[in-house]
Design a protein around this ligand. Structure first.
Ligand code: BTN
Length: 323
């Protein structure tokens, strides 16, 4: 089916919100014959959509395929600029890699790179990011903010807030943020964020924010079992990945515009309200040794502030945190 017509037909079903659309209405809307409508419906079925057909009432979508595509993300997307340019491929090595190429080619702010499967997903500290087929959200966001290089970690924290808000909105779960940017549900990691920069001297050209969200996995490989979880494992329900992406993009856009207008302060307050370690004793394992104390917040650069037993406040730039 031509993609233009398919998009239009899906748009009509999306507006109908689960109600029936008569064959006549569809044929008027698409400007084609009733027989052509029937063919288009059959094509949608082949793509994995479950459609109910009832005489005199018409057609309605009962189930969408468990796939993400540019169309699925665009339909119902309420943002102004976030996700308005979508680069989707079913399988990639890493969305970060593609995002770097697109950013260098001057793709617009808010472009997203999304895939159904990564063969070499990258995590922080050169770790591998397990990105199996059709279960998670493997997405990179490209921004061109006019901010100093030193402020870019703030965007990672902003992303964590947007994702927590989106998960709260789309599921029954209450996620928490573990500094610097892990999102935990019931103590296990469900989301990782990896921010990379294209910058020269003190000018940011692009910020590439990679987000890995475990959505519908039912289990993890043995080495991750103890530490990783998914929205499905924690809520018992499968989630619509395209819908979660739409909500993340909307939340992100709202927070990003607020950030560009009012600075980091409102974002910092939100981040701290979602943080799992605020005012709690923690152990920070840094490259230079282990520190213990109470996490009292973050500073404007996203640096963790740790109050030691002697009252001295230590700044933690990079560490693994244990609660
Ligand atoms: C972490 O180590 O916690 C960060 C994980 C980031 C994973 C995401 S998935 C989409 C994007 N592409 C990658 O290769 N990595 C990021």
């Amino acid at each position: 089916m031509e993609t233009g017509i398919r998009t239009k037909l899906l748009e009509a079903f999306s507006k109908a919100n689960g109600e029936f659309l008569s064959g006549q209405k569809i044929s008027d809307y698409l400007g084609c014959s009733r027989t052509a409508v029937w063919k288009h419906i059959e094509e949608l079925r082949k793509e994995g959509y479950e459609l109910e057909a009832v005489r005199r009432l018409g057609y309605r979508i009962i189930k969408k395929p468990d796939k993400i595509s540019s169309n699925e993300i665009k339909l119902g997307l309420e943002t102004e600029f976030m996700g308005r340019t979508i680069h989707f491929e079913p399988v990639v090595t890493s969305t970060q890699k593609i995002a770097h190429q697109l950013a260098n080619d001057g793709t617009p702010e808010g472009t997203i790179v999304v895939t159904d499967e990564q063969t070499s997903g990258r995590g922080r500290m050169a770790r591998e990011w397990h990105s199996p087929k059709e279960t998670g959200i493997w997405m990179s966001i490209i921004l061109h903010p006019n901010i100093p290089v030193s402020n870019t970690p703030q965007l990672t924290l902003l992303t964590a807030v947007a994702i927590v808000q989106a998960i709260e909105e789309e599921t029954s779960l209450t996620p928490h943020i573990k500094w610097p940017n892990d999102i935990l549900i019931n103590g296990k990691k469900a989301v990782g964020i990896l921010t990379e920069l294209i910058a020269e001297a003190d000018r940011v050209h692009s910020v590439i924010i990679g987000t890995g969200i475990n959505v519908n996995q039912e289990k993890f490989p043995e080495h991750l079992e103890e530490i990783a979880t998914s929205l499905k494992i924690e809520s018992g329900k499968k989630s619509d990945r395209a819908k979660i992406i739409q909500t993340i993009l909307l939340r992100f856009e709202t927070l990003y515009l607020l950030y560009l207008k009012e600075g980091f302060k409102p974002i910092k307050l939100l981040w701290e309200s979602y943080s799992i370690s605020m005012n709690k004793p923690i152990t920070a394992r840094t490259l230079n040794g282990t520190l213990q104390g109470e996490a009292i917040g973050i500073d404007d650069n996203g640096v963790l502030l740790l109050k030691k037993a002697d009252g001295e406040i230590e700044k933690i730039y990079s560490a693994d945190i244990e609660l």
